[in-house]
Ligand binder design. Structure first.
Ligand SMILES: [Zn+2]
Length: 419
């Protein structure tokens, strides 16, 4: 496993390791210590390729667990993911249209009244206790789409202003209304509109004054529960997770790193470069790891991101050989590089090939640098350029984009890759 690339390990994490814990997360709110242990093992595997105690993490786990669009790798934080599953159970319990057998059993045997107003039973199971603990989070997102009002508790469900009416008004309101604790929203609905109890009691007058009579209902429909703007059976665990997860800022460069023609290992290396986490010699000198910061290829320059991955004559030679002055060629100055990258049109296949070509080149340059450093094996720019073109060609031939004949013909001929 340790011979897998970072991108290969990432694929294994998202497809295998994450799926294994998914089963348990779906049924139990796992203890925090267990989730921390699992996350540590996943982090060790990502960065080391094995489950060792020491982790040489290149990027913090907080950043790694952000979505790709926010500068992360899209690995989900296990605690947030587990919480989302428990919220899904909570929704099943309070959803009037739930078809879950388990939810029906919980409603009948444990939550005999309303989940929103009752205390958690002292002898409740771990999962039920965790559902009760997540009520406050749920209240920030849950609302009801009122249909005929027969399945929503009038006083205890948060159908009005996202709060149960009983928590916003004096307890006397229920007895003064004459509707009883078991009342449902249907009791104050008539075909002509809302029909609140007639009374001059102060509490009822206050409630009536604050009631929004424009609240919509549809007598022909059943009541539905909504999470933010998603209603009923359309609510997925990913929606729940997305609304409770830690958020980062959207990064402009993310779509250019993880583009449609991307190859995981090239995109991963590009991602590390964007986060300034490729261990070039200048960084190693700053950390006191080495005192030698000269470029392996030209000796005259200092090995830094901008030198190694763009300005070095060795890299420039490969860029010229691969691009051969085709469209959207990278500039030779680092100060212009970011503008070049972000000016590319991701919907244009030719621009996408340019990004792919650049990613292949910088990955190859980094491999060549390591090969010279660790194995003393040398390749010429011409050989590296030829390998790069071969890799680009392989990727293009496996792209679904290339099913379109016109795109395939133009792109391959522009890049002289038709043979
Ligand atoms: Zn150099």
């Amino acid at each position: 496993m340790k011979f897998l690339s970072f991108a290969g390990r990432l694929q294994l994490i998202t497809s295998v390791l994450f799926s294994i814990q998914n089963y348990w997360s779906a049924h139990f709110l796992l203890p925090v210590a267990v989730l921390k242990l699992l996350q540590r093992k996943i982090a060790h595997f990502l960065w080391n390729g094995h489950d060792s105690r020491r982790t040489k993490a290149k990027v913090s786990w907080k950043s790694v667990t952000l979505p790709k669009s926010e500068g992360g790798l899209g690995i989900k934080d296990l605690r947030d993911w587990n919480k989302a599953f428990i919220l899904k159970h909570l929704i099943a319990v309070v959803n009037p249209c739930s078809t879950s057998l388990w939810a029906s059993w919980v409603k009948k045997t444990i939550i005999k009244g309303s989940l929103w107003s009752m205390q958690c039973p002292y002898n409740a199971s771990w999962i039920i206790k965790q559902i009760f603990l997540l009520r406050d989070i749920a209240l920030q997102h849950i609302s009801y789409s009122i249909g005929n009002g027969r399945d929503v508790s009038l006083w205890f469900a948060p159908w009005f202003n996202r709060q149960p009416i009983c928590s916003s008004y004096d307890n006397q309101l229920i007895s003064l209304s004459g509707l009883g604790k078991e009342a449902v929203v249907a009791d104050i609905i008539s075909p002509g509109g809302w029909m609140l109890p007639h009374s001059n009691f102060h509490e009822l007058v206050v409630w009536k004054n604050q009631f929004d009579f424009s609240t919509q209902f549809d007598l022909a429909q059943r009541d539905k529960i909504c999470w933010d703007n998603i209603c009923g059976s359309k609510i997925r665990v990913t929606h729940l997770w997305d609304s409770i997860r830690r958020r980062g800022n959207n990064t402009i460069w993310a779509p250019f790193v993880w583009h449609k023609l991307g190859v995981p290992r090239f995109s991963f290396h590009h991602w590390l470069l964007m986060l300034n986490r490729v261990n070039t010699a200048d960084k190693l000198v700053n950390r006191g790891v080495t005192s030698f910061d000269a470029c392996f290829f030209c000796i005259n320059g200092t090995e830094s991101n901008h030198h190694l991955f763009l300005e070095c004559p060795f890299t420039q030679r490969i860029i010229q050989l691969v691009f051969s002055h085709r469209c959207a060629m990278p500039p030779d100055l680092w100060s212009l590089w970011y503008t070049w990258l972000t000016s590319l049109n991701l919907k244009d296949i030719k621009d996408c090939i340019s990004i792919l070509a650049y990613q292949v080149i910088i990955y190859s340059v980094w491999r060549e640098r390591n090969s010279r450093f660790f194995s003393e094996e040398y390749s010429s720019p011409a050989k590296l350029a030829s390998n790069c073109l071969h890799l680009i060609k392989c990727r293009l031939h496996s792209s679904t984009w290339f099913a379109v004949e016109s795109l395939r013909t133009t792109s391959l001929s522009v890049w002289s890759l038709d043979n």
